[in-house]
Write a new protein. Structure first.
Length: 129
């Protein structure tokens, strides 16, 4: 199943508006040194994708085992190295037994589309339309 999103430069500065199935998301890098308060940086959106995908994967694997993870929170930190993120660290917490949460993490790792994409990067091509 293919997915399609688009982004249009806002015409000034370093910001664009992404269109995701009709949902508009402003993304930018307007204020030095790293973005504005009105729009997340593109890399912050990437980290948010990691966090939300992993949270959904954790909730899914818990539900498959008839478990609930109240207070499930996934936090993600990324470190820059030049023009890329060199590390992405994911931490998971929930109001549940630590051993239970730890046992669910490997299944969530296998399921999370975003982290799997980052671990095995897709072929990227750029063309002019």
């Amino acid at each position: 199943m293919a997915r399609h999103v688009s982004a249009t430069w806002d015409g000034a500065g370093q910001s664009a508006t992404a269109d995701i199935r009709g949902i508009r998301l402003s993304i930018g890098d307007d204020a030095p040194p790293h973005g504005s308060v009105s729009a997340p940086l593109p890399t912050e959106v990437l980290l948010a994708s990691v966090a939300s995908c992993f949270a959904i994967a954790m909730a899914f694997v818990a539900a498959k085992r008839d478990l609930v993870l109240p207070g499930l929170t996934v936090e993600v930190d990324g470190d820059y190295e030049g023009p890329r993120l060199s590390t992405i660290d994911i931490s998971v917490s929930a109001d549940a037994d630590d051993d239970l949460v730890e046992r669910l993490i490997p299944a969530a790792e296998r399921l999370c589309y975003v982290t799997n994409t980052l671990r095995r990067p897709p072929r990227i091509t750029v063309t002019r339309r």
